[in-house]
Design a protein around this ligand. Sequence first.
Ligand code: GLP
Length: 239
Amino acid sequence: MKVIICSTQDEASEWAASLLMPLFRTPKSIRLGLATGATMIPVYRALVRQLGAMQGPMIRHVKTFNLDEYWPIDPDHPGSFATFMRQHVFSQITPYLDQVHFLRGNARNPDEECQHYEALLSAQPLDCQLLGLGVNGHIGFNEPGTSFTSRTRKVHLSDTTIQRNSRQFPGIVPQEALTVGIANIMEAQHIILVAWGLEKRAALTRAVCGPVGEDYSGPQKLDNFGGRQVLHWTYDGET
Ligand code: GLP
């Protein structure tokens, strides 16, 4: 695991994007897991900027798989993660449709949808998974208490998450979601987790310093990162 501490959100975002760039430059087929949330907005802005003129055929070798989606939700709903990805990524870098994969929030049968996504993910491990971090320590929509062996499934969101999401949903806030599991995330060859802000300090401290466990239940003891923006990059392999 490697931890990179940055002075600003922009610096952390540029770092995260620069770690992804080798995947876009390689001629090999690449499978990339993508995340949503406010943290990802400057990360995707930096990625789009660093990609520059690399468009269409030049990124044909990259397939993307989003982590999660509310359920039920129409992909065109302003609060859906599909809308988020169109707004912040796919309107600017324009992959072919068959390169982009989502859990469909409007699937009539969520269990079948999750099985279908699971089959796509299991075909080959992701080369890299980009992650944000929930205030309560969730990754994807794997809330505290989720088993490390969990896979793609429908979940009920925690009260903390529902309350926080109410900012994006002036009407009815979704209570459920489809998400890949912790086991799916851990199968990725590299993981880049980006987090900042005092409200995430406790969750990030637990993620970096341990103890490792499924039981995280919210802010307890705070270690001092001095309020700086933090980018946390974990991977197996050489530094
Ligand atoms: C949502 C997503 C997570 C994301 C989290 C953090 O709950 N399901 O994948 O990490 O938000 O969001 P933000 O970056 O807005 O704090």
